[in-house]
Design a protein around this ligand. Structure first.
Ligand code: 5GP
Ligand code: MN
Length: 347
């Protein structure tokens, strides 16, 4: 952990600042980035936010969205490399290893700017100069709030910045139900309410702004694609590229589907495996003792949190599903005896 005074000193004069977050940013990733950008701009810094990929349209309401640069390999590689090389300060938000930001990871590793990591994932890679990682935090947005407050600038958190932070905390706590939802989280929300945020409007903008097709896709997935394995307390969903196409699936349309699998009584481990063409992307979720961080890390080149993680497979979808199924017997004892009540903090 670094001290807030190091950061204060670094930001004592106007800086060229580069902010980035993980591939396929979610509300915590983008919300933390745009909240930080909004704050730093108010302090007189020159800020650019660059995401390693596009993100769901239900995040586009966030103030500062129109200035986000989306990295798109060939199209703007030179522009992004230039921004990274000119940056005096590089904020890395809501990811813990440079592999999570694709090509940009190596550009940032080699960059001269001071790297500041603010994140809540387990086992962070040591690449930052200033490290504000805390895996106990419910969301990166919780840590961004604390950083701004500890810099003595809480009064600069306006409605726009506050709603970005609220969106990050709301989504990463599963709307305040995961065990990570601490007293501190609720106290921060109280401060954000004092700043004037409209929490039910944020909730609607994120959860109630789906297309009709997305809802029909959800119906299809729940009816035809969900497999429950009671002997392993496990449920999973596998989706082909054709199915994605058939339902005109857009970025963000598959977000949250895995939670339905986990909502079945007795299920402690859920997975969704999605054929994205270049690779199969997998999301894992658990309740209680079973560590999906460990599972993703060990078998699918991924990681994340104790109860929410992700990974990747370059095998075809059916081979990946079979590989997943073949792993279950080795975990059967843990899955059937996993205590539900005690759970370390997760996101
Ligand atoms: P999601 O399933 O929502 O994409 O991700 C769940 C959690 O796991 C998030 O905290 C995310 O950052 C992390 N995660 C997802 N995919 C990967 C991956 O491929 N590698 C690593 N290290 N973490 C991942
Ligand atoms: Mn997060």
């Amino acid at each position: 952990m670094s001290t807030i005074n190091d950061l204060k000193e670094l930001l004592a004069q106007p800086r060229q600042i580069f902010i980035t977050t993980h591939h396929k940013p979610d509300a915590d990733a983008l919300g933390s980035s745009l909240a930080m950008a909004g704050y730093l701009r108010k302090k007189g810094h020159h800020v650019t936010v660059v995401t390693p990929s596009d993100y769901p349209s239900f995040l586009e309401w966030m103030p500062g969205n129109s200035e986000v640069v989306i990295y798109e390999s060939q199209q703007n590689d030179a522009q992004v490399r230039d921004l990274i090389s000119r940056a005096e300060v590089i904020f890395c938000l809501d990811f813990s290893c440079l592999g999570r930001i694709n090509e940009m990871g190596e550009y940032i590793r080699a960059a001269r700017g001071t790297k500041v990591l603010i994140d809540h994932h387990l086992e962070p890679e040591q690449f930052a100069d200033l490290d504000f990682s805390n895996p106990k935090a419910a969301a990166t947005a919780e840590l961004v709030f604390e950083v701004i407050r500890d810099l003595g600038d809480q009064r600069l958190i306006d409605v726009g910045i506050g709603e970005c932070l609220y969106a990050g905390i709301m989504t990463d706590t599963g709307s305040f139900r995961h065990p990570s939802t601490s007293r501190n989280v609720h106290l921060i929300i109280a401060e954000l309410l004092d700043a004037g945020i409209d929490l039910s409007s944020v909730h609607r903008r994120i959860y109630d702004s789906h297309s009709e097709m997305r809802l029909r896709f959800l119906g299809f997935v729940l009816k035809d694609k969900l497999t429950v394995l009671p002997e392993y307390n496990t449920a999973y969903i596998a989706i082909t590229q054709d199915e994605l196409r058939q339902y005109q699936s857009k970025t963000g349309d598959t977000e949250g589907l895995v939670n339905f699998a986990l909502s079945i009584e007795g299920v402690v481990f859920a997975a969704i495996l999605i054929d994205r063409g270049s690779a199969v992307k997998i999301s894992f979720r658990s309740v209680g003792d079973f560590s999906v961080n460990e599972f993703a890390r060990k078998h699918f080149n991924g990681g994340g949190h104790h109860n929410a993680s992700g990974g990747i497979s370059y095998d075809p979808l059916n081979v990946t599903v079979q590989r997943f199924l073949d792993l279950l017997p080795a975990y059967q004892t843990r899955l059937v005896t996993a205590p539900l009540a005690v759970a370390p903090p997760t996101a």
